[in-house]
Every structure is written in C-alpha cells, then in structure tokens.
Ligand binder design. Structure first.
Ligand code: ACO
Length: 280
C-alpha cells in the first residue's frame, strides 16, 4: 500500500459537529473536479467516519464555488489514458468504488450542493440518500459538450431520477439546470436560497439523528433495493430485512463463537453450538 502524499490528503476535508460529519471536496482551485488522488482520499475519509460513534449523519459538501465539476479531465482521463488500460481501470475502480460505498453507507448521507455539479459528480449525488441544493446551483450532464456519453453511472442515474423526456433532454442537450429545476425534476429533494442551505441541511440532519440508526440503515437499503424487484420479491425482502434488523444485536453468533473458541464444547465444522446455553 502506498502512503498518500500531503496534497492527496488535502483533497478532502471534514469536521464533526454534534453528530454530523461535514465532509467537503477540497480542490476549490480546480472546482473540486475528481482526480484519482481525491477519489482515493474520499474513500479513506468514508472509511474513517463510517462506524465512528460520534458520527450519525454524513453531509457531502464542497469548498469554493463548486460542489464538484465532475471528473478531472486532465488527471483522471488524459493522464490515465496515456498510461494505458490498467491505469484507466484502476481510476474507474477508485471512483466507482467510493460512490458505491456511499450508496450503501452505514450512516444516512446528505448531498449539500451549493454550486457547480457536473457529469461524474452525479455519482456521489446519487450515492447520497438525500440531496439539497441552493437555488443558484448549476447541474449539468456536460459530457456531450466534450464528446462522450454520460458514463460512470451518470446515464443510469439520470434515468433513475428523471423522467424519460427530461433524462433524454438533459443528456443530449448539455444545458445546465439550476437548483430549482433540479428539485422540480427530482435530482434533489429541495432547493432553497444559498444563504439558507446549510441551515436547512442541519435541520434535516438533526431529525435523522433522532431516528433509530438500525432502522435507518434498513430503510435506506430497502429503498434502493426494491426498485428492481417484483412486488412479491420486495414484500418478501422487506419482511426479511425487518427481521434481520430486529435481531441486529443477535447474541446467538457471539454465543456460537464463544462455545467454539473459549468453551471448546463443539466444532462449527462438525455441528451446531448448543442454543440452550445462551444466545438465540
Ligand atoms: N477537469 C479538469 N480541470 C477542471 C475541471 C475538470 N472537470 N473543471 C475545472 N477545472 C479546472 C480548470 O481547467 C481551471 O484550471 P486552471 O486554473 O489550471 O486553468 C480551474 O479548474 C478553474 O476552472 P475555470 O474554468 O477557470 O472556472 P470557472 O469558475 O470559470 O468555471 C466551470 C467553472 C463552469 C465548472 C468550468 O470549470 C467547467 O466547465 N469545468 C468542466 C465541467 C465539466 O464539464 N466537467 C466534466 C463533466 S463530464 C465527467 O465528469 C465525466
């Protein structure tokens, strides 16, 4: 494993206040476009925060005028294309990896989009469970403007969040929409004037902090999973997901491990632990 350089570490900043982790893209001079360094560092930060007791909600924000201007056309595309397929695939794994991590994050997540949000940035936008924008923010699938299709999941995200006509228009025309239109289209939950954005996001985060965290994780996963299921499959999945959540602190597993490692009363390879001695 390579040790990150200082400039890599600085591509993401965060603070934790009253249970809320405020995480920001931090390449304002490059409009927070996502370089391989930023993608690697974001994964490290997500790792660090995911199971911390003092973090109940994660907000993804951006320093400077942009939320994120999408992929770094220089460091992500041009430099890796010059290095070859291995480098291209590695960079894709790193970016898609943290967006996927965000989609299934343990804690509730909120995108707080105050400024530019382009192309690849739709990955983390969709990765966050909720999204709030400034009315002044600008959203665009600008890929078509420089000659590619919206990749990295962006086309899928447009289809997931927008209706067919708006998704097609948005992807084909390369025109930006502001926060108000993004809310109307369903790209974000709500748009408020920029000066009220942080206050509104804090308000929502505080409500989430009051909820049962096991139920929140089960709920957010369920919302993402059931979209691709038949009704009957969803019904069944939801019963099982609820039951799994009910027994989240299931002590049977611990008992099974204890009887093997400590009591040495059975071998899991040869049979089951003794339930009557504890656990469920
Ligand atoms: N990739 C690489 N560099 C970028 C990117 C990007 N996506 N976005 C901004 N930068 C760099 C600029 O090259 C410039 O660098 P420099 O100071 O070394 O010249 C610096 O960030 C500042 O950018 P400006 O264009 O000067 O900032 P401005 O505020 O005038 O404009 C805007 C902001 C509209 C976001 C503009 O930078 C832009 O159009 N960026 C590209 C947006 C885009 O289409 N992203 C790709 C989406 S497709 C995908 O992600 C796959």
């Amino acid at each position: 494993m390579t040790i990150p350089t200082q400039d890599e570490l600085e591509t993401v900043v965060f603070t934790i206040e009253d249970g809320i982790a405020w995480v920001s893209f931090n390449r304002p001079e490059k409009r927070n476009c996502m370089s391989p360094k930023l993608n690697r560092q974001m994964m490290r930060v997500l790792d660090e925060l995911e199971f911390r007791e003092d973090v109940g909600v994660l907000v993804l924000a951006g320093e400077g005028s942009a939320w994120s201007a999408g992929m770094d056309l220089h460091e992500y595309f041009r430099e890796n294309e010059a290095k070859g397929l291995g480098a291209i695939r590695q960079a894709q794994r790193e970016s898609y990896g943290w967006w996927r991590r965000l989609r299934w994050y343990q804690k509730p997540t909120i995108a707080m989009v105050h400024g530019w949000c382009f192309g690849g940035a739709y990955g983390p936008l969709f990765g966050c469970d909720l999204a709030f924008a400034a009315e002044e923010a600008q959203f665009g699938l600008s890929e078509i403007n420089w000659g590619i299709l919206p990749g990295g999941g962006a086309t899928k995200i447009a289809v997931e969040l927008l209706n067919f006509r708006n998704a097609m228009y948005h992807a084909m025309m390369g025109e930006n929409v502001d926060g108000k239109k993004a809310a109307e289209w369903g790209l974000v939950n709500e748009a408020v004037p920029l000066v009220q954005l942080k206050e509104r996001v804090s308000e929502v985060a505080k409500v989430l902090l009051q909820k049962n965290p096991v139920a929140l994780k089960a709920t957010k996963d369920a919302i993402r999973r059931v979209g691709e299921m038949t009704f009957d499959n969803a019904e069944d999945y939801l019963v099982r997901a609820q039951e799994a959540a009910n027994s989240f602190d299931n002590d049977g597993r611990k008992e099974g491990i204890k009887q093997f490692l400590d009591d040495k009363t059975y071998k899991p390879g040869l049979g089951s632990y003794n339930k009557s001695k504890g656990g469920r």
